[in-house]
Design a protein around this ligand. Structure first.
Ligand SMILES: Cc1ncc(COP(=O)(O)O)c(C=O)c1O
Length: 397
């Protein structure tokens, strides 16, 4: 049995951290918002970083070890056997990789389709780069609505410009893991309408029992698409920036046009950490997944027992839970797609003020997000239980 890294740290130890999760709110607030995990580094990753520091290995990155490690991980865990290193490019992080990839297949003024409610920076990064965001909302069950997607593709194409689709798999904030069938439906439509797909697979190693991850580039019809991946979510390396852009066989020439200087963005230490995580982090990841599996169940029980007005949509992947708080009656306006990630309103603001629990506000995730909160359950069972107890007490007034 591999140890559960979520149970190794105390609240007092976590409070020493200076990262966004721990410093955005006062010290009495339990932070269950931004996607950082309450874990120590996997020991093999910590050792690799220490080794680099000890020998002063802090220059510029070199070589293809990161891409090789991702390719071997993909082959081992997902039976994706043709992730070719030659069809990859280093990028500073996943979001900048998304921006640079979209630049290869769209121009300013073109349209990028997204599936709200979706990770808020999808709006901000895309629109800051002069692209128009068009929403094709998920279904009520949080799944890709292929009819809505087709309508969005058709509508965007009728404008005459180029169109891309920024897909999120697994999906943040609902934790939906898209099935092979759904992805085949996406690829067929993307081909039919001449839409280029960019798939954010940052949460892909975090698939919980009962679901199976299908890498988008393994789906028939997706040969002209791109994927973005990194170790930052699964091994908690967000502060050690690095990511990889991967092109399907028919997108390789496009990826070849990515300016070389983009690959200067990730840091050498970031690449060392991400490479090590993909190479030697399986056992640690398995311990994490067991812990997340237990927390997913615990959260379901806690919400059912203590927060009767709240609906919990059980995630299939990620460590993010999407809680429907609309019955609680806290007003919240839709943000109109350009909200700041840390913006709070409606139930998230209420729980911060009354329960001293920090959650992500649903309205920043676009259409369908208002009235919801996103809760990050990558923490200890003690903290998770305390957070829901605080919410229960606050609601009881
Ligand atoms: C779906 C998704 N994409 C991208 C990111 C950010 O990745 P990066 O820090 O590598 O830009 C996150 C962070 O939580 C995320 O959930």
């Amino acid at each position: 049995m591999t140890p559960n890294p979520l149970e190794e740290l105390t609240w007092a130890q976590l409070r020493l951290r200076t990262s966004m999760k721990w410093r955005a709110h006062p010290a009495d607030v339990l932070p269950l918002w931004v996607a950082e995990m309450d874990v120590n580094l996997p020991p093999t990753v910590a050792d690799a970083l220490r080794r680099a520091i000890d020998i002063g290995d802090t220059g510029y990155p070199s070589g293809t070890a990161f891409a090789e490690a991702v390719s071997e991980f993909a082959s081992r865990r997902w039976q994706w056997h043709d992730l070719e290193v030659a069809r990859t490019a280093l990028v500073p992080d996943v979001m900048l990789g998304v921006v640079e990839t979209l630049r290869l297949v769209t121009d300013r003024g073109d349209t990028v389709v997204v599936n709200p409610p979706v990770y808020a920076p999808f709006y901000a990064f895309v629109s800051h780069d002069g692209r128009r965001v068009l929403e094709a909302p998920l279904s009520a069950e949080g799944r890709i609505d292929l009819d809505a997607l087709e309508d969005a593709f058709a509508g965007a194409r009728s404008g005459g410009g180029k169109v891309a689709y920024l897909l999120c798999n697994p999906h943040n904030p609902t934790g939906t893991v898209h099935t092979a069938d759904e992805l085949r439906g996406v690829a067929e439509r993307a081909r039919r309408f001449g839409v280029r797909v960019v798939c954010d697979e940052i949460h892909a190693p975090v698939i919980l029992p009962g679901s199976q991850f299908t890498p988008y580039l393994t789906v028939p019809g997706a040969e002209d698409a791109f994927a973005l991946i990194s170790a930052s979510k699964a091994w908690n390396l967000s502060g050690l920036k690095a990511a990889l852009a991967i092109a399907g066989p028919e997108a390789a020439a496009d990826l070849g046009r990515m300016p070389e200087e983009v690959s200067h963005g990730p840091s050498h230490l970031g690449i060392i950490a991400h490479t090590e995580a993909f190479s030697t982090g399986d056992e640690w990841l398995d311990g994490l997944l067991d812990g997340l599996h237990a927390n997913r169940a615990l959260l379901g029980d806690l919400v059912a027992e203590r927060l009767p007005g709240v609906k919990y949509q059980r995630p299939q992947g990620t460590y993010l839970a999407w809680l429907d708080c609309r019955q609680l009656g806290f007003d919240e306006e839709a943000a109109g797609g350009l909200a700041v990630v840390a913006d709070l309103s409606g139930p998230a603001l209420w729980f911060l003020e009354h329960a001293r629990v920090a959650l992500s506000s649903g309205h920043v995730f676009g259409t369908g997000g208002a009235g919801h909160v996103r809760l990050n359950f990558a923490t200890s069972q003690a903290i998770l239980t305390e957070a829901v107890s605080r919410m229960e007490r606050a609601l009881a007034g």
